[in-house]
Write a protein that binds this ligand. Structure first.
Ligand code: IDP
Length: 142
């Protein structure tokens, strides 16, 4: 059994539609514990740094514009194989391809406005958690 931490964002489209509680419920129902959480309104520099790997992509500027368009919830989730299991819970990037019952299938509006982010590897999880949280903001849970 590998207990991991992963990084998650409830994106502006979901916060605007008052879906924070519904999405947090999905995390908890799936056995993922919230061990850190806060609301932030990203500025362009913070969003560009977060998505630096996509800098050359045609959708980069619109992605940054979207991610700075309103507050987001950022959280650290902990659980067994949390990185993979949260990616499965989110569903594919494009909600049209996301499996039934996934967060993106149920809540996302489009490929861009897709409601949630989740780390895709242990390296990304470590980088992304540290990008938003200090060690002492992460609370150990039983
Ligand atoms: P992921 O969030 O499923 O890991 P990535 O490929 O890392 O997907 O893309 C990051 C984010 O950029 C997506 O979640 C989505 O909001 C946005 N995005 C990705 N591809 C496109 C696209 O082709 N058009 C518009 N937005 C996109």
């Amino acid at each position: 059994m590998t207990i991991e931490k992963t990084f998650s964002i409830v994106k502006p489209d979901a916060v605007k539609r008052n879906l924070i509680g519904a999405i947090y419920q999905r995390f908890e129902n799936a056995g993922l514990k919230i061990v850190a959480s806060k609301m932030v309104h990203l500025d362009a520099t913070k969003a560009q740094g977060f998505y630096a790997e996509h800098e050359e992509k045609p959708f980069f500027n619109e992605l940054v514009e979207f991610m700075t368009s309103g507050p987001v919830m950022v959280q650290v989730l902990e659980g067994e194989n949390a990185i993979y299991s949260y990616r499965e819970l989110m569903g594919k990037t494009n909600p049209e391809d996301a499996a039934c019952g996934t967060i993106r299938s149920d809540f996302a509006l489009s490929m861009r406005y897709n409601s949630v982010h989740g780390s895709d590897s242990p390296e990304s999880a470590a980088r992304e958690i540290a990008y938003f949280f200090t060690e002492d903001e992460i609370c150990p849970r039983d």
